[in-house]
Design a protein around this ligand. Structure first.
Ligand code: NAD
Ligand code: MG
Length: 286
């Protein structure tokens, strides 16, 4: 799917789907589910939009009930719920801030109460603020990255663990930037690399319990995060995203969803502590 993306910006983070030109694709119309996640129950942070919505719609098409936790984008969350329910499974939307551990405890409890269990966690909610110079990063901006992108992953996982059992899966959305670095995203890159450490260490800790922990490391993907983070710095940066990848374009969220299905399902029963790279062909070290 090759589409031209015009220069654009959103003045608030999190961004919203409605303002994106063109609209993103979250699941291919011809993606056929085959019951890979039948009877399973998932909680996806940042599941209202972007990559999280793609994971949610793919899980639903594969038969799972899906809860989404989102910060404040009610319209995006409602649309995602509508699309999940259209797949014939249960959906639950929870508004709240993942950097608050009590919100995470509550989100897990509500998911378990509503679905009667929990098997799949996708830690995906994240923020990204661009800064060309480290000395321009305020305490608040640095801490916001850490609080959402690292603490949020920890709080949700800690709350979920007592409910998870053999065959459960935890999937953490990291980034190409954890491997390649990004000179304009030092704080963000730091958090995405921390998520990789979290993934690898927790995979070892939970192996005996039969709970698998893996990561997806996306390259540039067309989501609200892009116009809301790069846009205010330079709207042209948004239009140019992905042009330097071997495949020469930005990815669609629909190209990420199947990686989450793989890691969540029994297809990946011998895979833990690993990373699936979906990045347009960039070669990774490490
Ligand atoms: P997105 O804006 O659609 O999703 C991010 C979500 O995080 C938002 O929907 C928002 O509700 C949620 N969020 C932000 N702060 C929150 C908070 N404090 N509490 C609860 N929820 C909060 O953008 P996306 O690109 O789909 O981002 C999803 C993940 O993918 C992020 O972890 C991001 O770092 C990662 N990622 C994205 C790209 C990309 O190119 N888009 C590349 C690599 C990694
Ligand atoms: Mg959103």
């Amino acid at each position: 799917m090759t589409q031209t993306i015009p220069p654009q910006s959103q003045d608030h983070q999190p961004g919203v789907e409605r303002q994106m030109k063109p609209q993103a694709e979250h699941i291919r119309a011809d993606y056929r589910g085959s019951g890979k996640l039948q009877g399973r129950h998932a909680l996806i942070t940042g599941g209202d939009s972007g990559i999280g919505r793609a994971a949610a719609l793919h899980f639903a098409r594969e038969g799972a009930d899906v809860a989404i936790l989102y910060l404040e984008e009610t319209e995006d969350a409602q649309e995602t719920i509508r699309l999940i329910e259209a797949e014939g499974v249960k959906a639950l939307a929870i508004e709240g801030d993942v950097s608050d551990s009590s919100v995470c405890n509550d989100a897990v409890a509500r998911t378990v109460d509503t679905f009667g269990g929990l098997d799949i966690i996708v830690n995906n909610a994240g923020v990204q603020y661009v800064s060309e110079d480290l000395t321009d990063i305020s305490d608040e901006t640095w801490q916001r990255h850490m609080n959402v992108n690292i603490n949020g992953y920890f709080y949700i996982t800690r709350a979920a663990l007592p409910h998870l059992g053999k065959g459960s899966a935890i999937i953490n959305t990291s980034s190409i930037n954890a491997f390649a670095g990004n000179k304009s995203l030092v704080a963000y890159t730091t958090t995405k690399a921390a998520e990789m450490g979290f993934t690898r260490a927790l995979a070892l800790q939970l192996a005996d319990k039969g709970i698998r922990v893996n990561a997806v490391a996306p390259g540039p993907v067309w989501t609200p995060l892009q116009p809301a983070s790069w846009g205010p710095i330079d709207p042209q940066e948004v239009a140019d995203l992905g042009k330097d990848t071997p495949l020469g374009r930005i990815g669609q969220p629909s190209e990420l969803g199947p990686a989450y299905v793989y890691l969540a399902s029994q297809d990946a029963s011998y895979v833990t502590g690993q990373t699936v790279h979906v990045n347009g062909g960039m070669i990774i070290n490490g």
